[in-house]
Write a protein that binds this ligand. Structure first.
Ligand code: ADP
Length: 274
C-alpha cells in the first residue's frame, strides 16, 4: 500500500496567537513494500509528519493518501478505523503505553478493540511473543515485572498484533543498550523482508538509516528537501551539513582515508561489513 503525502502543510494551534507552522507543502510517496527512513535535525518536522501517517494529525492543507484512498484532507479524516488498523505506529518509548494486568491481555487489547475474536487475538499474542524474542512464560506476567527491554518488545508485539500493512517506527531503539538496539532493528528488518511490510523509520541514527533503508527522505525546516538511496544521500557531505546532519561514522572514516590518500575510494561504504 503506497503512502502519499500531497502538498501537506500543518500548523499547530492554528488561528491562535500561538500558531506555529510545522510543515510546508510536504510532498512525497512511499511505495508499498519499501523500507523508508526519514531523517532530519531536531525541529525539522519528523514527528509532525509521522502523526499524519495514521491521521492522528490532519493536514491544515493538502492530502494524505493510504493506498488508493484519501484518508485525510484539509483538517478532515476518513475511514479512521481502517487506517489505524493498516498503519501501526511504534512511538518512542512505547512501553509507557502498557497498562494491562498481564502481557497476554496487553497484546490482545488492540485486536479485541477492533473486533477480532478472542481465540484469534490470543493466537496472535502467542505467536508474536515468540517473534519479538520473549519466552512464552512472560504472557502470564505483569508487564511491569519485566525489564525495560522486554517491556519494549511487548509493546511492539501489541502493535504487530493489529497485523498492520505499514509500520512506522519512531526512534524504536531509544534508551536500549547497543545489543538490544541491533536485535530490535534486525527484527523489524526481517519482518520487512519476509512479510513485505512497508516500513517507515524516523530516526536520528544515520547508521540505522544507512544500514536498513532502501531510501532516505531528509526533512529540513518543515519541508522534504532531499530523497535518495543511502549511497547517494551520504556521499555529499556538504549538502548534508547544510541540513545540520552528518554522514554515518563509517563514511566519515572513509572520507578521512580519502583525504590522506588524496584520491577517492571506488565506492561509499555504509556498513563495517562492506
Ligand atoms: P522533529 O520531530 O523533527 O524534532 P517536530 O515535528 O517535533 O520536529 O517539530 C516541528 C516544529 O513544530 C518545531 O518547530 C516544533 O517546535 C513545532 N512543534 C512541535 N510540536 C508542537 C506543538 N505541540 N505545538 C506547537 N509547536 C509544535
Amino acid at each position: 500500500m503506497d503512502i502519499k503525502l500531497q502538498q501537506v502543510s500543518y500548523a499547530y494551534a492554528q488561528g491562535t496567537p500561538f500558531e506555529k507552522r510545522a510543515l510546508f507543502d510536504v510532498d512525497f510517496t512511499i511505495p508499498s513494500g519499501t523500507y523508508q527512513a526519514i531523517i532530519g535535525h531536531t525541529g525539522s518536522g519528523k514527528s509532525t509528519i509521522l502523526q499524519h501517517f495514521n491521521a492522528l494529525l490532519k493536514p491544515t492543507t493538502g492530502e494524505v493518501h493510504i493506498g488508493n484512498r484519501i484518508v485525510a484532507a484539509g483538517k478532515k479524516a476518513r475511514d479512521l478505523k481502517a487506517v489505524r488498523q493498516k498503519v501501526g505506529i511504534v512511538f518512542q518509548f512505547p512501553e509507557h503505553q502498557l497498562f494491562e494486568e498481564t502481557v497476554l491481555k496487553d497484546i490482545m487489547f488492540g485486536p479485541l478493540n477492533f473486533g477480532v475474536a478472542v481465540q484469534e487475538a490470543e493466537l496472535r499474542a502467542r505467536k508474536l511473543v515468540n517473534l519479538v524474542g520473549l519466552p512464552a512464560e512472560v504472557l502470564e506476567k505483569s508487564p511491569f515485572d519485566l525489564s525495560g527491554g522486554q517491556m519494549r518488545r511487548v509493546a511492539i508485539a501489541g502493535v504487530l498484533a493489529m497485523e498492520p500493512e505499514v509500520i512506522v517506527l519512531d526512534e524504536p531503539t531509544a534508551g536500549l543498550d547497543p545489543r538490544g538496539q541491533k536485535e530490535i532493528m534486525d527484527m523489524f528488518y526481517e519482518l520487512h523482508k519476509k512479510r513485505g511490510l512497508t516500513t517507515i523509520l524516523v530516526t536520528h541514527s544515520m547508521e540505522d538509516a544507512a544500514r536498513y533503508a532502501d531510501n532516505i527522505i531528509i526533512m529540513h525546516e518543515g519541508k522534504n528537501v532531499l530523497s535518495g538511496a543511502p549511497h547517494e544521500i551520504f556521499r555529499d557531505t556538504e549538502t548534508l551539513n547544510s541540513f545540520r546532519l552528518e554522514p554515518p561514522r563509517i563514511v566519515r572514516f572513509q572520507q578521512k582515508v580519502e583525504q590522506l590518500m588524496n584520491k577517492p575510494l571506488s565506492k561509499v561504504c555504509l556498513t563495517e561489513e562492506e
